[in-house]
Ligand binder design. Structure first.
Ligand code: GLY
Length: 529
């Protein structure tokens, strides 16, 4: 089964498995297909993370996160008055980190692939050449982005339109097809060197971008040890720094385990209050301690220590909310140290992969590389550009996540695999910036505590707190009865929001069949055979 953000991409992955490929082959093919049919987040100009569990129980995780260019520096987004210029870190060439996606797909393939890479890229080349019909949601989104595309590009990209895009319109991408052919013919060097590198560097030079030939040539994804924790008899396998996802998820689950939330009820006042109180404390730790492990010492063992978390949560009161200004990061003596997309794949042998990948914002920095036909990320905004000043997700941070040359920016991406009694149970993940961690957290609780099926757990309305701003974001219709007034009486500020997350998940049912969970908030589709 493949669950991804677009039906055409899920179909590509499914075909790969029908033709004898394994889950990793299918995930690679789906990733390239998303770069064609889901350009707001699917990408070759961005980066992400993969968590893998093979059917023999071996686990691994790959970091193909973008890196700061060599010329990046701590104050690059501050103006003459020392104020943060958010536009520079989110829009245009300067916002771009060195892309990791193509290197990541080749690293995955080298370790686990069984079909030739050329075969996995071929369907995406065809879709880029022949065109694909856009969905109603895609048409709506594209129509909101026209002005930004025009401001940030020197040419008319395939996504420009003088008239409104309509559902069913076809978009062909000959430049992107050619770029994919270069990758198909020349491997990872087909992107990081040669004509595509020329096109990226020329694009950078046209708009004060910093990425150089050396930045591209030297990019390397990194195999990292997954973060592992336990929750009510399940093993949780998730992503390590530079994603904050795995550590934060395990901290949240540790704080939840002592409470009978199944008895309290899904989205009840008490359950939401507990989640919000835990989240404030966990996001305060995130802001203080987490960053790129190749640059800062992260106190991973302490943050995952159950005694540390028990003490951290000891001041939670069930009578009133703790104001965020009274919450700070836990004391750790001498530190050791919106738009993304996710896909989950499980093959017939039980191999599983969870990949979350991103350009950061919708269509990244809005710049499409001229001649090469793909959007660039604006991942530099995930750094803490000025301590204490929020980024586009309202997240704040400090030194651990300050900009430095070649450093990876902190992420919230949380591709996660769950096992029970040594057997695969769930593959989970979502986009959503800072809400990724809490969406994955709630989806696990929905299945494990609230006994929901996979689709129901994905569909269920979500809530979110991230320490600052001091508010619970509440998805429309998430709260029933008096929960809203009860939470306000406890001292919580509520902010209603349209949608949280776009999950793509797979659950292994007790009889071994797979249940997909594809988010109705988007065009997400789970396909199996
Ligand atoms: N760009 C969103 C994240 O990595 O958290």
């Amino acid at each position: 089964m493949v669950s991804s953000a677009h039906p055409l991409a899920s179909a590509v992955g499914l075909d790969v498995m029908k033709n004898g490929g394994n889950a990793i082959d299918a995930a690679i093919a789906t990733h390239f297909a998303l770069a064609v049919v889901y350009p707001q987040a699917g990408n070759i100009g961005g980066g992400g993370f993969a968590v893998i569990r093979m059917n023999d129980g071996t686990i691994s995780s790959l970091d193909f996160r973008e890196k700061a260019p060599a010329l990046a520096h701590r104050e690059m987004y501050l103006n003459a008055d020392g104020q943060l210029d958010n536009l520079l870190s989110t829009h245009g060439h300067m916002a771009t980190g060195v892309p990791g996606a193509v290197d990541g797909m080749f690293a995955l393939h080298q370790k686990y692939g069984t079909l030739p890479m050329a075969e996995l890229i071929e369907p995406s080349i065809k879709m880029a050449q022949r065109g694909y019909a856009i969905t109603p949601l895609a048409a709506e989104l594209l129509n909101t982005k026209q002005e930004e595309f025009q401001t940030h590009n020197r040419w008319s990209t395939p996504y420009h339109s003088d008239q409104n895009w309509q559902a069913g319109d076809t978009i062909t991408q000959p430049d992107l097809a050619q770029t994919l052919e270069h990758i198909q013919t020349n491997g990872r060097n087909g992107f990081y060197e040669g004509i595509v590198a020329d096109q990226i560097v020329a694009e950078m030079q046209s708009g004060n971008g910093l990425i150089s030939y050396a930045d591209l040539k030297n990019y390397q994804s990194v195999w990292r040890k997954p973060i592992i924790g336990n929750y009510r008899g399940h093993q949780i396998i998730s992503m390590a720094p530079p994603s904050s996802g795995g550590i934060a998820l395990i901290q949240l689950l540790q704080g939840t385990e002592g409470y009978p939330i199944a008895d309290w009820g899904h989205n009840s006042t008490k359950t939401i209050h507990l989640m919000a109180e835990l989240e404030k404390r966990v996001y305060a730790d995130r802001a203080t301690y987490l960053g790129d492990p190749d640059f800062v010492d992260i106190p991973v063992n302490q943050l995952l220590d159950s005694l540390y978390n028990q003490q951290r949560y000891a001041d939670i009161s069930f009578d009133k909310a703790t104001p965020s200004e009274l919450v700070s990061a836990g004391e750790i003596p001498s530190s050791e140290s919106p738009e993304t997309t996710h896909l989950s794949v499980v093959d017939a042998d039980g191999n599983a992969v969870a990949i979350t990948t991103t350009l950061n914002s919708s269509f990244g920095n809005k710049v499409m590389v001229k001649g090469a036909g793909f959007f660039l990320n604006n991942e530099m905004d995930d750094f803490s550009s000025k301590p204490g000043v929020p980024n586009q997700f309202g997240l704040i941070g400090g030194d651990a996540n300050a900009i430095a040359p070649h450093k990876r920016m902190l992420s919230s991406m949380t591709p996660t695999i769950v096992t029970k009694n040594g057997k695969l149970k769930m593959v989970v993940g979502t986009p959503g910036g800072s809400t990724i961690i809490t969406s994955v957290y709630q989806t696990l609780l929905n299945v494990i505590d609230f006994d929901m099926g996979m689709q129901e757990a994905v569909h269920a309305k979500k809530v979110h707190h991230q320490w600052y701003p001091d508010e619970i974001r509440v998805e429309t219709d998430a709260l029933t009865g008096s929960v809203e007034t009860d939470l306000e009486q406890l001292g919580h500020q509520l902010r209603m929001t349209d949608k949280i997350g776009r999950m793509d998940c797979i659950l292994v049912l007790p009889d071994g069949r797979l249940e997909g969970g594809a988010d109705p908030r988007g065009d997400n589709t789970a396909l199996g055979y």
